[in-house]
Design a binder for this molecule. Structure first.
Ligand code: FAD
Length: 350
């Protein structure tokens, strides 16, 4: 995997990883750092203002960030997911207006799509409705929420028509952001809910008028980009495990080597598939890959714990371990959650 993060960014991430996880303060700087390093253009076609490359190059960015800070990888994913929505939007006017600002970090993008992604397979009900007075309801979760950013959300037509995908300006009349102040980690990611009260739903802000065809088209990139979280975290856990063992003989070494090989194989398969046919028509394979990512990260975290022993249980020497443990604990719950993936795979007969 080509190294995509520059030394300045790596030093900043390592200096801020704990703060990004534990405090709400430096989320603003984070987006600027990611944009300043040119990361938000990676995997975006040159004709759209990006630096070219494939979806797997953007996944590689997610993985490399996750090796230093999952908060950073998560914010990058959020911004990149919004960019992906606009790249896939038939509304060229909206895309050309927002994409340059999203790629250079002047505008923050928050994908509030969990509710819709869950509703897509009958796992949930849409919580926003389009009424004659405008959009109303709640986006229960969105990350990378800035007062002047945009949120992408799906609204059901109260009159029974197709649900549609909207970009919603956070400073529009009727939009209220409520930060989730009680998170156990990832606190620098600017995560919260968004309440919509009769927000004007002009055609200009329409990402796609049919969420039921748009979301399945978005899903492969949306989910494959997430796979970078566990990949990067697992690598960091194994690096830490090897560092803790040092030159001593250890019963854990064959397990670590085996997991390193599994991660390398996982990356080869994932990048081939997403850059090849993009998991087209193979939703079960996509979900299986997403589920496998969580399993790999959980196993790597276990090995890190065993290798560190009591050093993991010290607040000073175990600080990075404890953060990674909290970060890993996020992977089974974020949409598509492990429970959702297992439910879907069972339904698809896998
Ligand atoms: C830090 C953080 C950041 C987030 N950022 C974003 C974001 O940027 N964008 C976004 O859209 N979302 C975001 N989310 C939301 C996230 O992706 C999940 O949608 C959310 O955490 C799911 O909530 P829950 O587990 O409480 O779901 P619940 O619906 O309360 O589920 C509780 C449990 O029941 C299971 N369950 C639920 N429904 C069913 C069912 N029908 N059948 C079987 N089992 C079921 C769940 O898997 C889970 O185990 C974020 C969440 C967190 C914690």
């Amino acid at each position: 995997m080509e190294i995509l993060l520059n030394d300045t960014l790596v030093a900043w991430l390592d200096a801020h990883a704990e703060v990004l996880d534990a405090e709400t303060g430096c989320g603003e700087d984070l987006l600027q750092m990611l944009a300043g390093a040119g990361l938000l253009r990676i995997g975006v076609p040159e004709e759209c203002g990006g630096s070219g490359g494939t979806t797997s190059s953007a996944i590689a960015v997610v993985a490399q960030l996750a090796g230093h800070s999952l908060s950073a990888a998560f914010v990058f994913w959020a911004q990149r997911a919004v960019i992906e929505c606009l790249l896939k939007s038939p509304n060229g006017h909206l895309a050309s207006g927002l994409l340059p600002r999203l790629m250079d970090g002047r505008l923050a993008g928050a994908p509030g799509l969990s509710n819709a992604m869950r509703a897509l397979t009958g796992f949930d009900r849409l919580q926003i409705h389009r009424t004659p007075e405008g959009l109303a309801g709640v986006v229960p979760w969105a990350t990378n929420l800035h007062p002047e950013g945009v949120v992408i959300a799906v609204a059901a037509d109260a009159a029974g028509g197709h649900p549609a995908v909207y970009a919603i300006a956070c400073d529009a009349q009727g939009v209220a952001i409520h930060p989730h102040a009680d998170l156990a980690g990832l606190r620098g990611t600017r995560t919260g809910s968004v309440r919509l009260d009769r927000v004007a739903a002009a055609d200009h802000w329409l990402v796609d008028q049919d969420a039921r065809s748009f979301l399945p088209g978005l899903r492969p990139a949306f989910v494959a980009l997430q796979c970078g979280w566990g990949l990067g975290l697992a690598r960091a856990c194994l690096r830490s495990a090897r560092g803790a063992i040092g030159a001593s003989p250890s019963i854990l070494l064959p397990e670590i080597a085996q997991l390193e090989q599994a991660l390398a194989a996982y990356w080869c398969t994932l990048s081939d598939r997403i850059d090849g046919d993009g998991f087209s028509g193979r939703t079960a394979d996509l979900f299986a890959a997403r589920l496998e990512m969580v399993g790999l990260a959980l196993r790597a975290s276990e090995l890190e714990l065993q290798a560190l022993g009591s050093r993991a249980y010290s607040r000073s020497s175990g600080q990075a371990f404890a953060r990674r443990r909290r970060e890993v604990a996020f992977l089974p719950i974020v949409t598509p959650s492990m429970v959702q993936l297992k439910t879907e795979l069972a339904r698809l007969g896998q």
